[in-house]
Write a new protein. Structure first.
Length: 246
């Protein structure tokens, strides 16, 4: 990771923050994108910059605003001079029942989970090719095992899986593109997932009989960046075996 510059979308908290901490600890410089989590983003950047001054910068943007996407890439270039890795982690997640879903739901979920990764990668492509860099997309095991009542989210993440493989073809041989599909790692902050019985049911259907940790995702991201030079177009499930036991 020494000398690498990495842009992490949605990097201020939860899994994104775990990715940032792990990659930074191994020498990377970071652009941490956030939309509205200014407090968490500032705390994380202050924490990491105390460890290594001037190694982290923040970038605020609503990823649904297409005009702002190239600006995120340019901020990385202007601050650090190059870009080695793009991690598309930012994601909207909420239920959309078939008979109740709206076009606004579609724009939000597809915009954050599929549209933004595509056009951010487009904006970053030339810089990544210069550095023989890589893209890592954070997907979801429910692309192949759909989650009931989340029809648009499932479709958006399914599109991101297909996009990952397609971009690997388009950007070879200079740039590798891979994905990580989390299973039970962190529970959503609201909704039906707050129910203890529902959580226990999910854990019971996971082969390893426990939840994972955000750092499990971060370790896999690190592997794909630093230790997998002959891997592209692949998606690794980090889910304790849940996806093969549903």
């Amino acid at each position: 990771m020494q000398g690498k510059v990495i842009l992490v979308t949605g990097g201020a908290k939860r899994v994104g923050a775990a990715i940032c901490r792990r990659l930074h600890a191994r020498g990377a410089s970071l652009i941490i994108h956030y939309r509205s989590s200014l407090g968490e983003a500032k705390m994380l950047s202050d924490e990491l910059n105390r460890q290594r001054p001037e190694s982290v910068a923040l970038a605020q943007a609503d990823l649904l605003d297409m005009d702002l996407l190239p600006c995120l890439i340019e901020k990385a270039i202007n601050r650090f001079g190059h870009l080695d890795v793009l991690i598309n982690n930012a994601s909207s997640f909420f239920p959309t029942l078939l008979q109740q879903c709206t076009l606004e739901d579609w724009k939000d979920l597809v915009g954050s989970n599929l549209q933004a990764p595509l056009f951010l990668t487009k904006a970053a492509a030339a810089y990544l090719k210069e550095r023989h860099g890589c893209v890592v997309n954070i997907i979801d095991i429910h692309t192949e095992r759909p989650l009931k009542n989340y029809v648009i989210y499932n479709a958006a993440k399914g599109g991101l899986l297909a996009l990952t493989k397609s971009l690997a073809v388009e950007m070879a041989p200079e740039v590798r593109v891979n994905g990580v599909s989390p299973g039970p790692i962190l529970w959503p902050e609201a909704g039906e997932w707050s129910d203890t019985a529902a959580r226990q049911q999910i854990i019971a259907s996971t082969l390893l009989q426990r939840c994972g940790e955000p750092d499990d995702i971060a370790k896999t991201v690190q592997f794909l960046i630093a230790d997998a030079p002959y891997i592209t177009g692949q998606v690794i499930a980090v889910d304790g075996g849940r996806s093969i036991s549903l």
